[in-house]
Design a protein around this ligand. Sequence first.
Ligand code: PAF
Length: 299
Amino acid sequence: MAAHWHVLGAGAIGCLFATALHRSGCTTTLLLRDSASKSTSSVLVQRSGAITEIQLPVSATGDNGPITHLLVTTKAYDVRGAVAAVAHRLNSDTRLLLLVNGMGLAEALREDYPTLDIYCGTTTEGAYRIAPLHIRHAGTGQTRIGKPGQTEPAPWFRQWSRALDSCVWDANIERALWLKLAINCVINPLTAIHDCHNGDLARRPELTMEVGRLCDEIAAISNAAGYVNAAADLEQAVTGVIADTANNRSSMLQDVQGGRRTEIDYITGYLLAVAGRCGIAAPRNKSLFERVHNIELNY
Ligand code: PAF
């Protein structure tokens, strides 16, 4: 029987995956802080100009029904609070899949809930929130899912590979998460500080030079932390993502433009913590970290 997924974080990625799982035959419920006593909500997904409306069951986080499969797609800084709001609905059989930016949160959740079965994922699907429960699916990407130390896919993974165009089980998910973190450490703060599209990092020579210097610094940290493959391919990977997402505004730039808190603590902040533990100096990343925090202070 298909698993029943509850989705915590009804932003762009949450709505995209909730509707994809629903279309593939899984019961999929959106968890909302306040469901306003509604049993369903309509989610609008815009793709190449066409809009599809999908009715999804909704449940208030404070309700009581047990949750067997929980997908968490909130902002990084909301993860622990959001999971705490549904903790009374979780048990030792619950599977939790964390699909958020940054790193460090799976470890935090494992500490908070030692018996919970926690998986991690990363995606390059391009989805943007237009309005509450209204998203644009701008580009198909790949989703990688795994659990440290688990080479075989989890039983529920088959549904995910059916639901998404490209979804793989990654036996070395930590490496994939680190590479995504490294890419985000370059693109997100630079675009947020310079108020530019991702593609400008390849078009403006002073920014392209800074991309190169940051990649060198992050490669040294990656090597020291044991992510040797990520270090070797980093600049190529970053350049590839910049080219593929040239017309996009990074999530951090969107947060800054919207006057919202950014995820810098979970992206560059995590990198700096690892650099500190490994005894590697990271002055360029430290400077970006401080500059993004200064922008937030001036909202
Ligand atoms: O956070 C983002 O915006 C994205 O992860 C990426 C890859 C930088 C593209 O904009």
